[in-house]
Design a protein around this ligand. Structure first.
Ligand code: GTP
Ligand code: MG
Length: 370
């Protein structure tokens, strides 16, 4: 390789001559001026030093950026944890949700009407917990298939008279894949045949070491029937949530996820939405997948009309043009023009994809025939 002059190398490295001369001084390289030539090895060594310096600078810059982002996050208000209840058939998912819902109704003076909005809140002294109202895997899976992250925590119900069953394992796999923290609820502890040790041993076989055995898997014994242990379960959920340090920006551009949707003969499309970021307001335009809407009204699970829905609230939204899919991410958009255009774009994109897939399929069939 040809020898290189100092000023040429400086230019190549995008630095001032003086800077490079200083490095050469530090390296103990002698030269006459910036027009002097450098040996190949010297030039190479200089390049390595510069690369290392720049790498360090870049790393420092990235660390600083991460620190700033973390500081900004720390300045945001906390949001309630969102919890999904999963488990094997008949292990008590619905009973637990019912118990939580009922105890919540009993707490309120008025009692009575509760609206089905896909999720409900349980308020405790330690804070609020949002429970997704649909037990079972389907809702969770369909939501996850659309790439939305909904639940922060999965409570996996295991009947203590039965132990871990196939769908318990499925639930564990789903929760893990979704990145949700897992809390096990050993249910039906009121039954004489309940065997907490068997639940522990079953968990060990799934690589979860219960706290009782010196591990860190959280297992709360409960009875969804009598309510025994349910308060402990709520405490544990709030503890895990605190460690997760869940926060959301109520001022950010609003974002949420569709929990479920149905058509009401009178009202039209009713969609349950969990707000994850920002604050949705009546009159806002939104897009959920290929469907757009304008929020005409919102209702919470206490059947109250809501003008605003901040992060962590689950509301029933009136005003979608068509039925959105469960699990679809909901984005705020500035106006009707944007809403319609984005929805139409997505429909076209899907049709293109489908047409593409079909052509591919046909081509393959023809290829098969040849
Ligand atoms: P699927 O929706 O079919 O998967 O069942 P699930 O997990 O929702 O169970 P569900 O709440 O329907 O409970 C199944 C049966 O167990 C019902 O007969 C409940 O009454 C009973 N059960 C649920 N929890 C308890 C409990 O803590 N103690 C007792 N003794 N029975 C319970
Ligand atoms: Mg059920």
């Amino acid at each position: 390789m040809a020898k290189v002059r100092i000023y040429q190398l400086a230019k190549e490295l995008g630095m001032e001559n003086a800077e490079l001369l200083e490095i050469l001084n530090e390296m103990g390289v002698s030269y006459k001026s910036h027009a002097s030539t450098l040996e190949d090895e010297t030039a190479q060594a200089v390049k390595e030093i510069i690369a290392e310096q720049r790498g360090l600078e870049e790393q420092r810059r990235r660390e600083e950026e991460a620190k700033r982002a973390e500081e900004a996050r720390k300045a945001l208000p906390h949001r309630p944890p969102v919890v999904v209840i999963m488990g094997h058939v008949d292990h008590g998912k619905t009973s637990l949700l019912d118990y939580l819902r009922k105890s919540r109704i009993a707490e309120r003076e008025a009692g009575g009407i509760t609206q089905h909005v896909g999720a409900f809140e349980v308020k405790t002294k330690g804070g609020t917990v949002v429970f997704i109202d649909t037990p079972g895997h389907e809702a969770f899976t369909s939501i996850r298939q659309r790439g939305a992250r909904v639940a922060d925590i999965a409570v996996i119900v295991i009947a203590a008279d039965d132990g871990i069953m196939p769908q318990t394992k499925e639930a564990i796999a789903h929760a893990k894949a979704a990145g949700a923290k897992i809390i096990f609820a050993a249910n039906k502890m009121d039954l004489p045949q309940a065997n907490l040790d068997k639940v522990y041993q079953d968990l060990m076989r799934e690589q979860f070491v219960p706290e009782a055995y010196g591990g860190d898997a959280i297992v709360v014994p409960i009875s969804a029937k009598t309510g025994q242990g349910v308060a402990d379960l709520l405490d544990m959920i709030l503890l895990v949530a605190e460690l997760e340090d869940l926060r959301a920006d109520p001022e950010a551009e609003p974002k949420g996820v569709i929990l479920e949707a149905r058509v009401d003969k009178q009202a039209g499309v009713l969609a349950s939405m969990l707000v994850q970021e920002g604050t949705f307001r009546v009159g806002d335009y939104l897009v959920a997948g290929e469907v757009w809407g304008k929020i005409r009204a919102m209702r919470d699970s206490d059947d109250n009309q809501r003008k605003e829905a901040p992060p962590g609230s689950a509301v029933q939204v009136l005003g979608f043009s068509e039925l959105p899919h469960a699990g679809e991410v909901v984005h705020w958009v500035p106006d009707q023009v944007a809403a319609k255009e984005i929805a139409e774009e997505r429909i076209l994109e899907r049709k293109d994809r489908e047409a593409g897939a079909e052509t591919g399929l046909r081509a393959r069939n023809i290829a098969d025939l040849l």
